[in-house]
Ligand binder design. Structure first.
Ligand code: AGP
Length: 607
């Protein structure tokens, strides 16, 4: 996912652009560049990290001007090179553009522009925008932007400057995130708020096809007909410390340790006088009463939340729950029951597959509830209703606190569904709520014993393969544990429904193969342990995550981590913690770039 920053104001823009881009590095990138306007547009680009830009511009001091745009590129079309780095310009270098997203019809547009005599220097989709702006510009940037808007297919957030319009910064978006920041003597654009929080926390969230025109003193917004529109000013409440490491070695560890607070922040405001209140969702108990089916859709860890939620909600209610990977859902032809509710789970709220699934479902007149962490994100704005997780900015690419916040959001929803539908009585309802409120303290207890996990993990830095197994909710946690390990340590691992291992993959078990078993569900604990014994008898080395009711496991397992006893329906919130720590410490032992793993970005805004 690329990063965009733009500035127009009194101060020199280059240092501000560089600072803003540094706050977006976590999104993953492979090249960077800035365009600054003084008497003319000056472009500086680099392959690799931002330091290259700092070196070329003497930390922004050798390039002057108080209007500019900056970009960190996560390559989608064309290799990471200086030529392909943004900003891109027209031939005369009097129009410069930065872009986050994908222009799906850029080949056609490129051919058309070549036919009009334009020459291309890069392999990117973005460059076509610079030439189209040149072609359609007849003195009014808004009109030129509107013309390209209607010709471009795909997703975009553009930051644009025109030499003929000094002191004016333009931006427009469709499906890619963009925020406008405003202060007394300057205005900003950014892909994400951390880039500008140092300067302002007063922001406008612009919607698809809305154009922003910023000057030093003014923010104007136009719709796709070129009409001036009013926008509501929002205020970002969390501060930069929340987006800094806070003394931890990595954002990931900080965010693992933030989980008790995050769970409290997500749960507590929704418990009033001992009852769950979900009024913010405006779904109404009538809808909750009449739905016949739930569809839960997400990618990666968000999908794993859906799998755990399925078991929990089907246990508590009379509602069948379907869980889909968003990338699969959008291309199968699901026969959806009209009386359904779809839940899209997405930390970033910008995942392309999940956004596409949302639109497909809304096209069927089925309400979509989004469980999202990023305020004002595309999924949040397009959903019928939004359940915000209040995890704060999650900087590490590997999700932990947002995953946990999504889990408890599903618990709240599941309990409320069960109660309004008469599946549980008031006593069970209140008992479940009390159990839910115990989770933050239980997580703190697990985190207090991290040393054993750190010691055990350090022995597996050289491992080549690992298995994660479990049944039911434990299986969902196994998936998450496996993903955490492989995405940050690059060690191959598989998550298997414990009962499925014997149907083929157990042939992979050799002497010393590590198998991590999650066994917290009382009704199927013995079944899982029999699968553990199958693995052990073939030479596997067994690491079990269970609770203190199963001390007998010491006779079977080689290494055990106990989590506090809790309501089994909510056990995923506890058993995932040792697996997050395990994956983290294995990656640290391997010297991996834990917060910015190779090939990954924090939000996958392309297919
Ligand atoms: C999780 O650690 C991964 N980074 C990835 O699987 C992520 O969960 C997935 O891309 C979905 O992202 P989202 O929640 O922002 O939609």
């Amino acid at each position: 996912m690329c990063g965009i920053v733009g500035f127009v104001g009194k101060q020199q823009t280059a240092p501000i652009l560089l600072d803003g881009l540094s706050k977006l590095e976590y999104r993953g990138y492979d090249s960077a560049g800035i365009a600054v306007f003084n008497d003319k547009i000056e472009i500086v680009k680099t392959k690799g990290k931002l330091q290259g830009l700092r070196d070329l511009t003497a930390d922004g001091t050798n390039i002057s001007g108080s209007l500019g745009i900056g970009h960190t590129r996560w390559a989608t079309h064309g290799e990471p090179t200086v030529t392909n780095a943004h900003p891109h310009t027209n031939k005369e270098v009097n129009i410069a553009v930065v872009h986050n997203g994908i222009i799906e019809n850029y080949q056609i547009l490129r051919e058309k522009m070549i036919g009009r005599g334009y020459e291309f220097v890069s392999e990117t989709d973005t460059e076509v925008i610079a030439h189209m702006l040149d072609y359609y510009y007849e003195g009014d940037p808004i009109k030129a932007i509107i013309k390209i808007m209607h010709r471009v297919k795909g997703s975009y957030a553009f930051g644009i400057i025109f030499e003929s319009h000094p002191g004016e910064l333009y931006a427009v978006r469709k499906d890619s995130p963009l925020v406008v920041g405003t202060s007394e003597d300057a205005n900003y654009i950014a892909s994400d708020a951390p880039a500008i929080l140092k300067y302002t926390r007063d922001v406008y969230f612009i919607n698809n096809f809305e154009i922003a025109k910023l000057t030093e003193k003014c923010c104007e917004f136009f719709n796709e007909d070129g009409e001036l529109i009013e926008k509501e000013l929002s205020r970002i409440e969390w501060d930069m410390e929340a987006a800094e490491k806070g003394g931890y070695e990595h954002f990931m560890l900080k965010e693992i340790y933030e989980q008790p607070k995050v769970l409290s922040d997500t749960i507590s405001p929704r418990i009033v006088n001992g009852c769950i209140t979900l009024d913010e969702l405006e779904l109404g108990s009538d809808l909750l009463k009449k739905i016949n089916r739930l569809y839960i859709i997400g990618c990666g860890s968000a999908y794993h939340v859906g799998v755990a939620a399925k078991y929990m909600i089907e246990e508590l209610t009379d509602i069948p729950v379907e869980v889909d990977l968003a990338s699969e859902f959008r291309y199968r032809n699901p026969k959806m029951d009209k009386n359904s509710l779809a839940i899209i789970i997405s930390q970033s709220g910008e995942t392309a597959d999940s956004l596409a699934a949302l639109r497909d479902i809304k096209g069927r007149d089925i309400p979509v509830l989004a469980i999202v962490n990023v305020v004002g994100s595309s999924i949040a704005r397009e959903a019928t209703s939004v359940f915000y997780t209040w995890a704060g900015p999650e900087i590490s690419v590997a999700t932990t606190k947002a995953y946990s916040a999504q889990l408890v959001s599903c618990y709240l929803l599941g309990i409320q569904l069960a109660f309004v539908r008469g599946c549980i009585d008031i006593n069970e309802y209140q008992s479940l709520i009390v159990d839910l409120q115990k989770l933050p303290e239980a997580i703190k207890e697990i985190l207090g014993n991290k040393e054993r996990i750190q010691w055990f993990a350090s022995k597996y830095a050289a491992a080549k393969d690992m298995f994660f197994i479990g049944r039911g909710i434990d299986y969902a946690v196994s998936m998450e544990g496996s993903l955490k390990l492989k995405e940050i340590s690059y060690i191959h691992s598989e998550a298997y429904a414990a009962g499925e291992l014997k149907h083929g993959s157990i042939s992979l078990i050799e002497d010393g193969t590590l198998c991590v078993a999650v066994a917290t569900q009382p009704s199927i604990y013995d079944k899982t342990i029999s699968n553990v014994v199958e693995v052990k008898s073939r030479g596997g080395y067994i690491f079990v995550v269970t609770n203190k009711e199963h001390i007998d496991i010491e006779d079977t397992a080689d290494f055990v981590v106990y989590v506090p006893v809790c309501n089994p329906l909510f056990a995923a919130s506890l058993s995932v913690i040792p697996l997050q720590l395990f994956g983290y410490y294995v990656a640290v032992a391997k010297g991996c770039d834990v917060d910015k793993p190779r090939n990954l970005a924090k939000s996958v805004t392309v297919e």
